[in-house]
Design a protein around this ligand. Sequence first.
Ligand code: NDP
Length: 442
Amino acid sequence: MDIITLIEQKNQSEPEFLQAVHEVAEHILPYIEKNPKYKKYKIFERITEPERVIIFRVPWVDDAGEIQINRGFRVQMNSAIGPYKGGLRFHPSVNLSVLKFLAFEQTLKNSLTGLPMGGGKGGSDFDPKGKSDNEVMRFCQSFMTELYRHIGSNLDVPAGDIGVGKREIGFMFGQYKRIQNEFTGILTGKGFEWGGSRIRPEATGYGLIYFIQEIFKTQGDNLEGKTITVSGSGNVAQFAVEKSIQCGAKVVTMSDSNGFIYDAAGITAEKLAFITELKEVKRGRLKEYIDQYPEAQYFEGQKPWNIKCDIALPCATQNELNGDDAQKLIDNGCKYVAEGANMPSTSEAVAIFNAAKIFYVPGKAANAGGVAVSGLEMTQNSLRYAWFKEKVDDRLHTIIKGIHETCVRYGREEDGHINYEKGANIGGFVKVADAMIDQGIV
Ligand code: NDP
């Protein structure tokens, strides 16, 4: 039986995981054919099987005194090159398939950063939306009351993801400290005053734009005056928009799970500050933007991909950009798609981008800035020291440049086109695979 059929049979009810495996296999399997040592050691079979999966009950009591039960997960995918590292997601759509796809992608992404981090991902089907701060705290405390025994600064260091920001990291860190009676770097994305790193909140969004800048450099161009469409309005989207504005680009859309706003005049720094306050402090909905800025438009239940742009940055969630959306983007002249989110483009969309030979950068390369600075947060925690903002930003820049170079090295095709997806897949794979061979059959 061939490898793919075997993996499909073993993971039949996990469509997102299989989608991620297929997309990676497309480039890795031909590479393995040319490098038979990886075949001999069954690296692809092993890399697609998590080292460990933990599933647990998370009971908590809501403000009305009612008992609620959620499901918690941690997928410890691969520790060949360092402790497991990857975010925690709190969203009703969380299940094993979603977390296995994220942990698999994370393994290759972390390898691309050049830092010593293995791959993991976790979370819960808990929905923080509409919950009071006290409910979120009780949930986070219950979640950590089980998770604490499976993580550690040399074992597994989770971070935030969808639905998990500084507030949730704070509640979980507090509970870990209380149970273990030690102050240690077991989570990243912490507040700066209690062990967090400068630039961590900004890192994913900034890194995304730094990556685009690297591509533009190869074209002798820059971001000045370019039109950008962004989806999402959370952590990644906010800082991608901030950096785009700083670079002189015009961002015309942002979205949430209800719809998108289109501001033809461009989202300015002041308008972005309004969105940040709306999302992070008031925990409101994006449609409130048009009450404040009536010249903009709001489209309920729609996505921003039919708006004309030079660059599209999907920064919300997986499979939010399908084949029709991809075709619309190309028909409207979009030449660059860089994924702030993980696997936001469906397989059909990716095929359309690649056939059109536009610059398409998958999440594992384009959004690696976040985990890179999480890695730097771990380093600072080990040193018991906090670097200045400039130093962290400088390192982030260097890491993104390195990822870009790796993609170019492994992704250059015969006609000279750079296939960033192929480059990221092979570039991320090689280091993990070689480490696995060195460490024996474990
Ligand atoms: P946030 O929770 O801060 O923001 C998520 C945004 O996406 C919100 O605007 C949310 O809208 C929207 N969204 C979430 N789910 C859906 C959905 N099913 N349909 C439409 N919109 C949706 O998360 P992040 O910004 O941290 O993460 C966004 C993406 O970036 C994810 O794919 C994540 O894995 C990826 N990523 C994040 C990193 C990080 O450092 N945070 C690092 C690397 C990747 P609403 O407010 O309505 O829920």
